[in-house]
Design a protein around this ligand. Structure first.
Ligand SMILES: NC(=O)c1ccc[n+]([C@@H]2O[C@H](COP(=O)([O-])OP(=O)(O)OC[C@H]3O[C@@H](n4cnc5c(N)ncnc54)[C@H](OP(=O)(O)O)[C@@H]3O)[C@@H](O)[C@H]2O)c1
Length: 293
């Protein structure tokens, strides 16, 4: 029988890569999308069906989980992510799902840790006691953050503004997270495991600016933003206080070097070394040139 794998957050950074990675496997992929229109670009992949999935609408959860055998569980960065994730796990249990692969985050088990990690750990613990076989992926910060959040200033001003000083981070490409997800969702030998996923190097934002300069041929420099100024900028664009606090806590630990640990888990599981930031930049060079903004 074919496995039917539900991917939540399927239009997001990691979900999209997981759908793409699974589409070449002998499984049915059900892409859970917030709105069918936004999910249009996923229709190009073979073996992929779209299902409307709104975390706020329980009836959409019921439909999305019916007949599903495995789940790749992503929840967005919201203040109620624990509540949302618990509902999704409950729904998976009711549907008789036989495996959940959960996208968590690096440092989720740190004590006392930071708010983002504590939320993730609460969800992990909830999953661990359900009895549903699980694999928890704890990735480092995504390389894609430099496209999703820094692209406009990189392209328009040749600058990356961040409050990270020289802090080195073992950034990971979402492509590699998806490569791991594909293996653990399609091979039977992964059960109740926690996998810490990082890129192959720890790199600072000034070093990232130098890589982007080399790859794009444009001068890109790093501007180290003081904490207070970073807070003011976020506040100026109406970022909620809880999110500013959570982001600044994260930035502080990354600046202090706590995000620099490197693991070889990606290579061990997929057989392929995780991508370096330079390889990611070469792969996505189009995103960093003015013509494509
Ligand atoms: N960014 C990092 O560096 C990093 C590092 C480690 C861990 N993480 C974790 O990764 C997770 C986020 O993954 P991501 O970056 O791939 O997500 P993302 O790109 O922010 O995408 C979020 C997805 O959730 C969907 N969504 C939002 N609200 C929804 C709702 N009410 N109902 C159904 N779907 C909804 C979005 O669809 P729409 O766009 O249509 O709303 C989108 O597909 C978070 O748990 C975060 O803590 C992030």
């Amino acid at each position: 029988m074919h496995e039917t794998i539900l991917v939540t957050g399927a239009t997001g950074t990691v979900g999209n890569e997981v759908v793409k990675a699974l589409s070449s496997e002998d499984v049915k992929v059900r892409a859970g999308v917030h709105s069918i229109i936004k999910g249009d670009r996923l229709k190009v992949f073979p073996n992929v069906d779209l299902v409307e999935l709104d975390f706020a609408r329980p009836e959409s959860l019921k439909v999305a989980f019916t007949g599903v055998t495995r789940v790749f569980l992503v929840t967005p960065f919201t203040h109620n992510q624990v509540e949302i994730a618990k509902k999704l796990i409950d729904e998976a249990k009711q549907a008789g799902v036989k495996q959940i692969v959960r996208l968590s985050a690096s440092g989720a088990d740190a004590e006392p840790g930071i708010q983002l990690g504590r939320w993730h750990r609460e969800i992990e613990k909830y999953l661990e006691i359900t009895g549903i076989p699980y694999v928890i992926l704890r990735p480092a910060s995504f390389m894609q953050n430099f496209i999703n959040f820094e692209r406009t200033s990189i392209v328009q001003e040749g600058k990356i503004y961040q409050p990270l000083a020289e802090g080195k981070v073992s950034y990971i490409d979402a492509h590699d997270i998806a490569a791991v997800a594909k293996v653990v969702l399609t091979r039977p030998d992964f059960k109740n495991e926690i996998l810490e996923l990082t890129g192959p190097e720890a790199i600072s934002v000034p070093e990232i600016a130098a890589v982007l300069t080399e790859v794009t041929g444009r001068t890109i420099t790093y501007v180290d933003v003081p904490e207070q100024a970073a807070r003011q900028v976020m506040s100026g664009i109406h970022t909620p206080d809880w999110m500013i606090d959570a982001m600044m806590e994260l930035n502080y630990i990354l600046k202090s070097g706590y995000g620099a640990t490197i693991t070889d888990t990606v290579e061990k599981i997929t057989g392929q070394r995780a991508r370096t930031f330079k390889e990611f930049a070469q792969q996505n060079a189009d995103c960093f040139i003015p013509e494509n903004l």
